[in-house]
Design a protein around this ligand. Structure first.
Ligand SMILES: Nc1ncnc2c1ncn2[C@@H]1O[C@H](COP(=O)(O)OP(=O)(O)OP(=O)(O)O)[C@@H](O)[C@H]1O
Ligand SMILES: [Mg+2]
Length: 411
């Protein structure tokens, strides 16, 4: 019998596809941000005056874009690099990043700014306004400039309200004589939350806007390629696998364009490979990972398939078998039809004609159970390709086989 130590050691020695899994964690800020060059350039342009004539302006820039489009990562990367470039020029600049989802009131935000700037705040109950004065004085005394990012700013607007926003961002309007030591980056998912503010403050915030569009599958591929080269051992993950994830998430291929989701699928797929002791990440690992990020889809599919007509189920079964057999992301509809005819022969059912098969395939697509697309590059001639994005296919196959058996017995 293996000792406890044997068991622990075997797990520790168990090879992993990951070279450095933590490089995929949400808090890790990558050195490169493919397809965010324009946004970085705009930030640099807006903040250039801070280096050329420090103290003359208090800049504010608003980053807007939907979930997982790289807003936080771009702000952090910019802040950290800009700080170092400022220091090289002899300007003491600090970057502060506050998440307003966590710190939603003026008091907590100001306290967090002081904490990140290492400014001691006396423990006796100071107001947010008094703390802010201490921060301003500290910056003045030590000749420090700051860029403060208020991330997930929507929450601050909602909870802290108009006056708090006004207080924070219009300090220098109230005191034009002060050297301008604080500049801001605001981050929101959309512009509608700003309409809660009075129109003067709103227009103050939307003067310099940088947009972040959802990523296309080609853009996600570049991002995943780079991020996986940091996180995975070479040769453990193929371009086909990266491409498949990119297509599941890309905004142009029916996804949301959310890089966080794409990276989560990548990491979960690697974990699936490790759990199975597989030396490489496969398409099937991606299907299982995708199902984990999308539990509702799996439930919905299991629900819908109970009510499908027998031959539609047989076609679905044929698609699953063809996909399992090929180990690729997609198979041609012709292969599925051949498999369908084989299954029909096996169980003594008369196969439906081609046009009916095609209609069933389109219905499965409409219901979101399969993915059907026209072949592009890499395939000879035009053909409809069929894929299934949730796994494990083995379980799905078992489930469908049971439903088919039940239907044939009862109908
Ligand atoms: N261009 C990119 N290159 C490499 N990694 C990226 C890129 N864009 C985003 N990421 C990564 O994707 C994840 C999500 O990005 P980020 O957190 O910046 O999104 P966000 O726009 O702030 O989303 P949310 O609105 O949900 O806060 C992060 O792990 C980030 O490192
Ligand atoms: Mg963010």
């Amino acid at each position: 019998m293996p000792t406890a130590r044997d068991i622990i050691e075997s797990v520790l020695e168990h090879p992993s596809v990951f070279k450095s899994r933590e490089k995929l964690y949400p808090e890790y800020v990558p050195a490169y941000l493919p397809h965010r060059e324009e946004q970085l350039k705009s930030l640099a342009t807006y903040f250039r005056p801070l280096l050329l004539e420090p103290g003359t302006i208090s800049q504010r820039v608003l980053l807007v874009g939907s979930i997982g489009t790289g807003k936080s990562a771009t702000a952090r990367r910019f802040g950290s690099d800009f700080k170092h470039l400022a220091r090289q020029r002899g300007i003491k600049l600090e970057y502060v990043h506050v998440n307003c989802h966590r710190d939603r009131t003026l008091y907590f935000v100001v306290q967090e700014i002081a904490r990140q700037l290492h400014i001691p705040i006396p423990p006796r109950g100071l107001s947010a306004q008094e703390m802010f004065q201490i921060i301003l004085k500290h910056l003045e005394n030590r000749n420090i400039y700051t860029i403060i990012t208020l991330d997930e700013f929507d929450y601050f607007i909602e909870v802290a309200g108009n006056d708090a926003v006004y207080f924070l961002v219009r300090t220098y309007d109230e005191h034009p004589e002060l050297t301008k030591r604080i500049s801001y980056i605001f981050i929101t998912r959309g512009l509608t939350s700003l309409s809660r503010l009075d129109s003067a403050t709103e227009s103050y915030l939307v003067r310099n806007v940088i947009h972040f569009k959802p990523y296309t599958s080609a853009e996600l591929f570049d991002i995943l390629k780079y991020r996986s080269s940091e996180a995975f051992y070479e040769g453990t993950i193929s371009d086909d696998v990266l491409n498949y994830i990119s297509e599941l998430v890309g905004v142009d291929t029916g996804g949301s364009g959310n890089a966080r989701l794409a990276l989560e699928i990548l990491m979960l797929a690697g974990t699936e490979a490790d759990n199975e002791g597989s030396p490489t990440v496969t398409i099937e690992h991606v299907r299982r990972a995708f199902a984990k990020t999308n539990p509702n889809l799996s439930i919905m599919i299991n629900d819908v398939i109970k009510h499908l007509p027998l031959h539609e189920l047989l076609i679905l079964l044929a698609a699953i078998r063809s996909l399992r057999h090929s180990s690729e992301a997609y198979v041609r509809i012709g292969e599925v039809e051949e498999e369908y005819q084989r299954i029909c022969e096996e169980i003594g059912e008369k196969p439906r004609r081609h046009t009916q098969v095609y209609e069933y395939v389109m219905d499965l697509k409409k219901r979101g159970i399969i993915d059907a697309r026209v072949s592009g590059k890499g395939y000879r001639g035009k053909s409809t390709l069929i894929g299934i994005s949730i796994g494990p296919l083995e379980l799905l196959e078992k489930h469908i086989t049971e439903i088919i058996e039940y239907k044939r017995e009862t109908e």
